[in-house]
Design a protein around this ligand. Structure first.
Ligand code: 5GP
Length: 185
């Protein structure tokens, strides 16, 4: 199974995913590539950090399951092609944490992929989280505007919508959703 966790920036989907992986250590989390610089607070393996020509080479080689230029940031993000053995029966479930454009690409390629869309309890909450992360004012406004559009599309196409009012609760809800796909009946 492929599970996609998506949602507007600042809804705390990264934190939910971190907790989810503690609840479900058997899940295989895909590591994305990005051309954006590493944040000082970020571990070196948060992404595969590459320069633009390296990323563009991999696009030409058809090396991505999906990729996108994240709205307004001029940075490229992409999911490397998944090892086919990982999506065969008996392989581990795959987890992608990506923005909505990429999520739509994956859904087109694997219609059976399950899209879980995480939303913030309120716009104020989302804004607070974006600021807390250290993004500047302009970036915060840009991401909020993108987020409003994403919210509309995401709620329409998602298989499940989860409100991140509390990380523990939200992660448990997502774990319950995942369990529903592996339990017979
Ligand atoms: P950030 O720069 O805050 O780490 O990530 C920005 C956005 O890009 C987030 O919404 C994150 O989920 C998304 N993202 C991370 N990796 C990928 C990827 O491989 N593909 C796509 N489409 N989005 C990604």
């Amino acid at each position: 199974m492929i599970f996609i966790v998506s949602g507007p920036g600042g809804v705390g989907k990264g934190t939910v995913v971190t907790r989810l992986l503690e609840l479900r250590p058997d899940l295989w989390l895909s590591r994305s590539w990005t051309t954006r610089p590493r944040r000082p607070t970020e571990p070196e393996d948060a992404y595969v950090f590459v320069d633009r020509p390296t990323f563009e080479n991999r696009i030409r080689e058809d090396g991505f399951l999906e990729w996108t230029e994240f709205a307004g940031t001029q940075a490229l993000y992409g999911t490397p092609l998944i090892d086919p053995t990982a999506v065969e029966p008996g392989g581990p479930d795959v987890l992608l944490e990506i923005e909505l454009d990429g999520a739509q690409q994956v859904k087109r390629r694997y219609p059976e992929a399950v899209l879980i869309f995480i939303v913030a309890p309120s716009t104020e909450d989302q804004e607070k989280r974006l600021r807390h992360r250290g993004d500047d004012d302009e970036m915060v406004s840009r991401r909020l505007a993108v987020g409003a559009k994403e919210l509309e599309i995401g709620e329409r196409i998602a298989d499940h919508v989860v409100v991140n009012d509390d990380v523990e609760r939200a992660a448990n809800e997502v774990a319950g959703i995942l369990a529903g796909y592996s339990d017979p009946g």
